[in-house]
Design a binder for this molecule. Structure first.
Ligand code: ZN
Length: 187
């Protein structure tokens, strides 16, 4: 991303909105927005395979592993407005497990791009499957979309829920039911 060019464009945008770029509060806004955008879209320069970076361990267990309540912050590609919430990732390994923090890194890798929630959910499921060759993977994501809350239908309390299930989580209703039940269980 060309930082200087983005700053210019943000400045032009503020002008079009009728703002006075010379007033104190806005003087450094183009630079700040450009920096923020670079951070919020950092996922484009992250590769999910590199993110995992070898944090895969042998395990004899073939039980279900679930990492719940991973925070998600992303930008909707339709309005460039945030959507945020949490996701739960579960898998059944085939002799390999992945470090918990690495699952969160995979989520960030795809969330820090322009997204729709459905695709984000599917990309995470696919990346976890590919990383460990899991027998099955499930991802459930619950997010609030500011583009819905602040504009459009102005539904402030609606939460969008998406899921993506692969392998045995897709094929076996009992496995899927166990995953769904565990993602809703509260300690
Ligand atoms: Zn939107």
């Amino acid at each position: 991303m060309n930082q200087k060019r983005v700053e210019e464009l943000i400045g032009e945008l503020l002008g079009e909105l009728g703002e006075d770029l010379e007033r104190d509060g806005l003087k450094r806004t183009p630079a700040r927005v450009a920096q923020a955008l670079a951070f919020l879209t950092r996922g484009y320069s992250h590769d999910p395979v590199e993110v995992v970076n070898g944090a895969i361990f042998e395990s004899v267990s073939d039980n279900m592993v679930i990492v719940r309540d991973i925070e998600v912050y992303s930008l909707c590609e339709h309005h460039l407005m945030p959507f945020y919430g949490r996701c739960h990732v579960g898998y059944i390994s085939r002799g390999k497990v992945i470090g918990v923090s690495k699952i969160a890194r995979i989520v960030d890798c795809f969330a820090a791009r322009l997204q729709i929630q459905e695709r984000l959910t599917a990309e995470i499921a696919r990346a976890v499957t590919d990383a460990i060759g899991a027998e099955g993977v499930g991802v459930v994501m619950e997010c609030r979309h500011l583009c819905m809350m602040m504009r459009g239908v102005e539904k402030q309390n609606s939460v969008m829920v998406t899921s993506s299930v692969l392998g045995s989580f897709h094929d076996d209703p009992a496995t899927r039911a166990e995953f769904m039940a565990l993602t809703q269980h509260r300690v």
